[in-house]
Design a protein around this ligand. Structure first.
Ligand code: HEM
Length: 502
């Protein structure tokens, strides 16, 4: 080999070596010094290349080969199965991945040590309950949302409200030659989520609104690069547009409230009563409730606070239920024996009800259906991980979680670990006859930031499953379609099916 070529190879190798170790040198060396003083270890792992970190390896497993669990199993293989804590560099930050049940629980329940961190906070709305720092306002808004969608009295009404929409949609789908399940379910869940969140005038074009929400969702887990053409940039634009639409509705309501000067008349017109912070207020949907709400200083919420929370509730509510329902159809189509048992239970209930709709009380009697819903939630792994940031150097079982680093609580790792769930990749509702081991099942997170929509998802899924199983059969058109795991797992064809009446 010529001398100059040897020189080039040498320079390239040195550059490659420097790049490979740059992040380790930059981020890990200062921590290693602190570890020596504290007599604790740095979690094993590697921070990858500058700027990208391990993004390429992450994308490789999540999007190219479609095996997201291998991202963690490759680390387990390299650094030890029982470690449960690894260092990496993802989403632009040096990060710790928490995989063991004890560490996940510790992080989720220690809100003083780990604050919530969304790399895509602008997409979610900076004043939304999802992104607000923990404190009084977060608590006030969250408890209102929980009361509105996650308590038996509110759920009883929602069960009533949503069934006719679901029944009509199933009827319609069965008349179509084929459907993309996710797209169709989203229309239904958006329609009914808006009814109890911010009911717009009849005739508002729901398809256009749905497209905007879809754009926002893609931005959730996108790299936060606000450059035209990126998913993140598009998500921000979609958020702006949807906020403008809802702001118009908010202004209309404000004007109406001004006009309604007579309190007596006002009380009659309102439909519902709710007690927030001990004060009786009258509301017709979540937007109304937020408009009436007072913060910790007794001030009404700002328009931005109302709108950010309305957008998030509609967004997360309708999308997550649509994902869950879509996955239930996929799992059931591939598990005919489960579908058979599900059908039996629901047909018996249908007879008992003289072919009428089910109530909230009936739902708890549908034991097998509830197990199908739970197994769907476990296997769908809609929230693969959640983000936190360490507020200080924190020690956990001899390892350091360095101050300022991101912490990714790897929820899907808990649910797909054979030491927690036997044969985790098989759809087995009967596994819910026994409770999972403590801390191994966390689909809705935990601690003070746990999901306020957990009961709503379960109830919605059960209603869909009830009406689907008593009246319809369906077939997957692409049974071996690949799954797209980002931003949230979904078959690439959106689950194309044919659906027919039984
Ligand atoms: C299967 C469906 C769902 C799953 C798997 C899910 C999962 C989660 C998880 C893991 C968190 C915690 C995030 C964190 O700790 O950073 C969360 C929070 C949240 N979820 Fe859900 N969720 C679902 C459905 C819903 C629904 C239907 C709503 C209705 C509005 C909802 C609203 C929220 C809100 C507002 C938060 C933020 C809570 C806070 O920060 O205090 N979710 N969800």
């Amino acid at each position: 080999m010529e001398m100059w070529m040897l020189f080039v190879v040498l320079i390239v190798s040195i550059l490659g070596w420097l790049l490979w170790w740059w992040n380790e040198f930059w981020y890990v060396s200062p921590v290693t010094t602190r570890c020596l003083t504290l007599k604790i270890k740095m979690p094993p792992g590697h921070l990858g290349f500058p700027f990208f970190g391990e993004a390429l390896s992450f994308l490789w497993f999540f999007t190219i080969i479609g095996r997201p669990d291998n991202f963690i199993s490759s680390k387990r293989h390299k650094y030890g199965h029982n470690v449960g804590i690894y260092r990496t560099h993802l989403y632009g930050s040096p990060s710790i991945i928490a995989c063991s049940p004890s560490l996940c629980k510790f992080v989720l329940n220690s809100s003083d040590k780990f604050v919530q961190e969304w790399p895509t906070i602008q997409v979610l709305g900076t004043k939304s309950v999802i992104t607000l720092d923990e404190g009084t306002l977060h608590g006030i808004i969250k408890s209102f949302i929980v009361k509105s969608i996650n308590r038996p009295d509110s759920l009883s009404k929602i069960v009533h409200q949503i069934q006719p929409t679901i029944v009509a949609a199933l009827q319609l789908w069965s008349q179509m030659p084929k459907i993309k399940t996710f797209d169709q379910v989203k229309k239904v869940t958006l329609d009914y989520t808006m009814r109890y969140t911010a009911h717009l005038e009849e005739g508002t074009p729901i398809d256009a609104i749905e497209k905007l929400f879809e754009g926002i969702v893609y931005g959730f887990r996108a790299q936060p690069w606000n450059i035209p053409g990126t998913t993140y940039h598009h998500a921000l634009k979609c958020r702006e547009k949807i906020t403008d639409k809802l702001k118009a509705e908010l202004e209309k309501r404000k004007q109406k409230k001004k006009d309604e000067s007579n309190v007596e008349k006002k009380m009659q017109k309102k439909k519902d009563k709710s007690n927030v912070e001990g004060e009786i207020i009258t509301i017709s949907d979540i937007m109304d409730g937020l408009m009436e709400m007072k913060d910790e200083e007794g001030k009404q919420l700002s328009d931005e606070e109302v709108l950010d929370n309305v957008v998030s509730t509609i967004l997360i509510g309708h999308i997550s239920i649509a994902y869950a329902v879509t996955w239930s159809l996929q799992f059931l189509a591939k598990s005919p024996h489960v579908l058979l048992k599900l059908r039996e239970e629901n047909k018996a209930m249908f007879k008992e009800k003289n072919e009428g709709c089910i109530t909230y009380e009936d739902i708890s009697k549908l034991k097998y259906t509830n197990k199908v819903a739970e197994e769907t939630i476990r296997m769908a792994n809609l929230s693969a991980f959640v983000f936190r940031k360490a507020t200080d150097d924190i020690e956990f079982q001899g390892y350091i979680i360095p101050k300022g680093w991101s912490v990714l609580v790897w929820l899907r790792g808990l649910h797909n670990d054979p030491s927690h769930f036997e044969d985790p990749m098989s759809f087995n509702p009967d596994r819910w006859d026994t409770r999972p081991k403590h801390g191994t099942y966390q689909p809705f997170g935990g601690g003070s930031r746990s999901c306020p929509g957990s009961a709503l998802v379960r109830v919605s899924l059960t209603i869909f499953l009830h009406h689907l199983s008593i009246g319809y059969k369906w077939e997957l058109l692409n049974p071996s379609a690949r799954v797209n795991y980002l931003s949230h797992p979904l078959p690439t064809d959106g689950l194309e099916i044919t659906i027919t009446k039984l």
